[in-house]
Design a protein around this ligand. Sequence first.
Ligand code: UDX
Length: 430
Amino acid sequence: MKVAVIGTGYVGLVTGVVLAELGNDVVCVDNDPEKIDKLRNGIPPIYEPGVEEMLKSGLRDGFLSISDSIREATRASEIVFIAVGTPPGDDGTPDLTAVRAVAAEIGKAIDKYTVVVNKSTVPVGSGELVETIIAEQGADRSSFDVVSNPEFLREGSAIYDTLNPDRIVIGAKSRDAAVKLVELYAPIEKPMIITDLESAEMIKYASNSLLATKISFINAISRLCELTGANVADVAKGVGADNRIGPQFLGAGLGWGGSCFPKDVQGLIKISERYGYDFRLLREAWNINSDQTQHFLRRIESRLGSLADKNIALLGLAFKPNTDDIRFAKSLEIIEYILERGGNVAAYDPVAAEHVKDLYPSVTYVDSVYEVSDQADALVLVTEWNEFKQIDLDRLGGPMRQRLLFDGRRVYSKQLAERAGFEYFTVGSS
Ligand code: UDX
């Protein structure tokens, strides 16, 4: 099929390269000349395992092209995906400026029947909005349909998730448009759930909010574990063994960050407000998440007496492993807290340091993990990269002023840390 994907962020680029890999004729569109240039040379503007290979093979084999023209891409395609950003505005409401602008461009370009697919996470009712904007540009209502097809990919495993989704959600008013998407996704051979537009839009917010709430729940339990002497890892194992609950997203730690959970939880709270419903459960999930890191920081501060003039070494900066994304990363909150109290920070991350440098130039960024602990008073594990899991703790502790280890993601065990001479603190156990 002939497909256009507008927006080459995580969702857009991954969708584009995967659809090209499946043999579709795909054009990826962006308005950022720098990105276009990189993409044409086979360089993805994001760090995501597998994307570069698929981008290069798509370009080489002729299934993928890169363009800066929404008009040309729309005219060349049967299906046009809108995959531009919807960042939270000042009050947390998703900002639809980019979606509106793209919809208007598509509306001007449509010259034959086109299925326009909203893949960006947009509030309930946005499908209708896109339809109205396209029609306002003069496109005949019978010449297009709008479909909602939310994305559930995780950063770090985006290609795998796109090719192996648990389900594909297609929300449409028109049967013909839904069938078009069913045909497009048929080679993936996964269950498809066909709904109306509004329900598909809600599924995305509800899924992410429920997952975030699940993590907040186990983090609340982790606080209670610290007070009672229980161990949250064992508790999560026991709770998650119930098939009705499941073991995933019960990892207690510093809490959730990233480009989706904070944005979507905040977004759903705002959407609810707009409809006059106070989503208290979600507001509390948000509060628990914010407090989780602050509580951990207070524990570090209390053990050190004061953070003033203390050297704190951070292992990891990305919001989670296998990504260079630092949006809503807990590392930022941690750096800010320490610097505000007169402490010094050294940090190591395999890929994300570049993005943090501009924000916090006073932090010392090192190129190898064993350099980070030089003269440190405490080591704080922030992101559970694989390379930290088997690290030589004794070697890491060698150049430290004192061997204190604060494990924010429960990567190590007390026994292992103590064997290397560390005093060990973690989330959810005493
Ligand atoms: C998430 C959703 O999983 C995905 O379906 C959606 O499309 C986008 O948002 P992503 O943001 O890439 O994906 O990351 P994910 O792996 O889900 O982790 C989100 C956050 O939760 C991270 O900060 C992670 O550290 C945290 N997390 C995850 C926990 O604290 N504990 C867990 O058990 C799982």
